[in-house]
Design a protein around this ligand. Structure first.
Ligand SMILES: NC(=O)c1ccc[n+]([C@@H]2O[C@H](COP(=O)([O-])OP(=O)(O)OC[C@H]3O[C@@H](n4cnc5c(N)ncnc54)[C@H](OP(=O)(O)O)[C@@H]3O)[C@@H](O)[C@H]2O)c1
Length: 351
């Protein structure tokens, strides 16, 4: 059994404590190629044993919810995990380059929650996120619906993902539900610090909402494990991600060397340094690296135990600022889904 790590972080100013490094279960179900279900099962067990108990999934991550549900029912360990899942994206097929739609209408939210509870074989979700903002539904209507679900006991806390600063402020202002809004899931890694520049981080901090940093390893890039697009399976989502395009990939690997140089001083890996750097720079961020193996789960979990010197934190920041990352984080057809706005309550005509 793994040695248990007790390093935790509070989710937002008034939220619960969760493991300082979480576990992203997207790759478990889809997007990053074939999975070995036996190893995935062992990885879930290892994560729970290790105290990496902040798990992240979604209704659009292929078989991820079903796999977690099977693990809950087989092990009986549901209450050890702080489970986050998401609703709101429909007809998603990034690999087929299909532009997906949003649906955050109240009836759809309730329907999707029931479907997720069934797949997850649980009676409650600890943190329920809107995956992408639905431009056609006021965030106030979404929050009212989620607030009712909190009151029913089916969800405990509320989260948003890829919202704008304005949407976050409006959501936080909704009575009762706003108090339960403890986390915003946004992309953040050495390759992606846009939320700092846009003022999103400052706004979230002011409102007491945690940033849950998704793709904190830059979809694997910062680990130095992948050198070219040819290493990805045909159905791997990174085949269509601009930062992994043939003309951009080699240039983006430059920052990996800078992280590797500092990693060697601590006898750790560049991926571990990336996670330690996120934790050091932002005391209210919780990174959720995704993996499908026990070995890599252990490597990522151990990053929470690294204490970087102030000098190294500064050197990493300098490397990040100088990186000149090539390529957007998503293909152009998905750009409008990021940091999106929605209609006002006055414009809402009902379902
Ligand atoms: N809200 C959103 O819109 C959104 C979007 C994307 C992701 N997410 C969430 O964020 C989580 C993490 O993001 P992500 O999975 O996209 O990217 P990530 O965590 O930055 O990177 C995952 C990739 O890195 C590899 N990897 C992980 N640990 C490694 C290690 N120690 N050494 C070498 N390679 C390693 C993984 O491979 P293996 O799997 O083969 O180990 C996988 O290919 C997801 O699982 C999901 O829950 C949310």
């Amino acid at each position: 059994m793994a040695a248990k790590t007790y390093l935790t972080r509070k989710l937002g100013a008034n939220g619960p404590a969760v493991s300082a490094i979480g576990f992203g279960a997207m790759g478990v179900g889809t997007y990053y190629g074939q999975t070995d279900s036996e190893e995935v099962f062992k990885t879930l067990t290892y994560a729970a044993d290790r105290g990496v108990t902040f798990w992240d999934t979604s209704d659009v991550y292929g078989s991820s919810e079903e796999t977690i549900g099977k693990w809950f029912s087989t092990t009986g360990r549901r209450s050890e995990v702080f489970l986050a899942t998401k609703f709101g994206s429909v007809d998603i097929n990034l690999v087929a380059k299909q532009i997906y739609k949003q649906n955050s209408k109240p009836a759809y939210i309730r329907q999707q929650l029931e479907a997720s509870l069934k797949k997850l074989q649980t009676e409650w979700v600890d943190l329920y996120y809107q995956h992408r903002v639905d431009p056609e539904v006021p965030i106030e209507v979404v929050m009212e619906t989620l607030g009712e679900l909190v009151k029913s006991g089916k969800i405990k806390y509320i989260g948003l993902s890829e919202c704008s600063i304005d949407v976050l402020r409006r959501a936080k202002a909704v009575p009762f539900a706003g108090e339960k809004l403890v986390a915003c899931q946004m992309e953040f890694s050495p390759f992606e610090v846009g939320i700092e520049k846009s003022g999103f981080v400052a706004a979230a901090r002011e409102l007491g909402v945690a940033v849950v940093a998704y793709s904190p390893l830059g979809r694997g890039m910062i680990t130095g494990r992948f050198k070219s697009r040819a290493e990805f399976e045909p159905a791997d989502i990174r085949q269509m991600m601009p930062r992994f395009a043939d003309e951009n990939f080699p240039k983006n690997l430059g920052v990996v060397d800078e992280f590797r140089a500092i990693a060697s001083k601590y006898s750790v890996t560049p991926g571990q340094i990336a996670l330690a750097w996120i934790l050091a720079e932002h005391p209210d961020f919780v990174p959720i690296p995704g993996t499908r193996t026990v070995e890599r789960l252990e490597e990522n979990a151990k990053a929470a135990e690294i204490t970087l010197s102030l000098e190294d934190v500064k050197a990493l920041r300098t490397a990040v600022e100088a990186a000149d990352v090539q390529g957007e984080r998503f293909p152009a057809q998905f750009a409008s889904l990021m940091h999106a706005e929605c209609i006002s309550l006055d414009e809402w005509k009902g379902e």
